[in-house]
Design a protein around this ligand. Structure first.
Ligand code: MN
Length: 379
């Protein structure tokens, strides 16, 4: 049986991954969370984790106290995440933290030679070139957890990469599909947090409402599957049943389908190549009756266009649009800016910040920092 560690164990992906671990008796070496000490403590006790880490340093003492008198090693901060990423005896590190915070631990795990189940898309968006090169050098496998990328990965099984024409990346369209900019002017945080098909954390739910999420996934797909921008077609598919598809050179299109439930892609990443029951509801196509497909509205959802432009420019630009978005979403969730300002700030960062070459982690973190300052100076 496999042993894993989970970064982001108290979030949506993390808790569902632990459901899978419980179901299949997967061993847990270490768990890390952002700031939810209570749930992290509960999880670590249940799974007998040897290491726990809290990212927020202010919570360290509380976590330390709750493991007083035990052998559990208690860590905190970025260095704690990286220490967990480099532990011995771990088959797979599940990285499901939110945002660019996930980049350093991913690189640490690759350095150690540990395979990664990657749910943190910002890792590849900001550091794709470095991460993929290092993973190839070290022979580390990156299993995608994102449902679309898991779908593409599944559609590629038994086929050759050089036989691909393109991939079809599906998008639910989010809660604001079909609306115009005028109609989005007074969107509240509460409305933006209501996703029609998927239950997820706050940041990714807002990203789904702006379609930034699809832009990030576009970039993520390019790095994971070594594709050009021209080889990715985004299709809005309202029902989230077709999780994505691959078109081969003979014209055959292979799609992966299923009920929208993250436990399926999480389990596939953790147990690859096994397929065993994970308790997900089976798909009834006749219950759905019809499946719908549309072209995306690139004008209204300007975050999506910004991501595609950014990756075409290259260099630090994907890190710039990501950093602008992370900062803008944080401001929107605090009700400091309007919904439409997220797209405006991301586009403004794209247009006003110059792209630099990325040669090391510091270059990426610097671009991210400058972009966040740029966004804060604009409001
Ligand atoms: Mn996704």
């Amino acid at each position: 049986m496999k042993t894993i560690s989970v970064l982001g164990s108290t979030g949506s992906i993390g808790t569902q991954a632990l459901d899978i671990a419980r179901l299949h008796k997967i061993r847990i070496k270490a768990l890390a969370a952002n700031r939810n000490v209570r749930l992290l403590t509960e999880q670590a006790r249940e799974f007998n984790a040897e290491y726990v880490c809290i990212y927020d340093r202010e919570k360290y003492k509380e976590l330390k106290d709750s493991f007083c008198g035990t052998n559990v090693k208690v860590l905190c901060g970025m260095e704690g995440l990286c220490e967990i990423a480099m532990l011995d005896g771990v088959d797979i590190l599940l990285n499901s933290v939110v945002g660019i915070v996930g980049l350093k631990p991913t690189l640490a795990a690759i350095g150690k030679g540990t395979d990664i189940a990657l749910a943190n898309k910002e890792t590849l968006v900001t550091g794709g070139k470095l991460v993929i090169k290092k993973a190839l050098d070290k022979g580390v496998r990156i299993f995608p957890v994102d449902s679309e990328h898991s779908a593409i990965f599944q559609c590629l099984q038994g086929n050759e990469m050089n036989e691909i024409n393109k991939i079809i990346l599906t998008a639910s369209g989010g809660p604001f599909f079909g609306l115009t900019k005028g109609e989005l002017e007074n969107v509240s945080v509460e409305q933006a947090l209501k996703h029609p098909n998927w239950s997820m954390g706050n940041k990714i739910t807002i990203d789904s409402a702006t379609l930034m999420n699809k832009g990030l996934e576009f970039i993520e797909a390019m790095w994971l599957f070594d594709l050009n921008p021209e080889q990715i077609e985004i299709v809005v598919h309202r029902e989230s049943v077709v999780h994505s598809a691959v078109e081969y050179k003979d014209g055959s299109v292979i799609a992966q389908m299923g009920e929208p439930d993250m436990r399926l892609p999480i389990q596939y990443a953790l147990l690859y190549p096994e397929r065993i029951n994970c308790g997900v509801k089976t798909l009834s196509l006749t219950d759905y009756g019809n499946l719908s497909f549309y072209k995306p509205d690139y004008e209204t959802f300007d975050c999506l266009s910004a991501c595609i432009k950014a990756v075409t420019i290259g260099g630090s630009m994907p890190a710039v649009v990501n950093g602008a978005n992370e900062q803008a979403v944080e401001l929107f969730l605090k009700e400091k800016i309007s919904f439409l300002q997220i797209g405006e700030l991301v586009t403004s960062a794209l247009e006003n910040i110059k792209s630099c070459e990325i040669t090391c982690l510091e270059d990426i973190l610097q671009a991210d920092k400058e972009t966040r300052e740029f966004v804060l100076s604009k409001i």
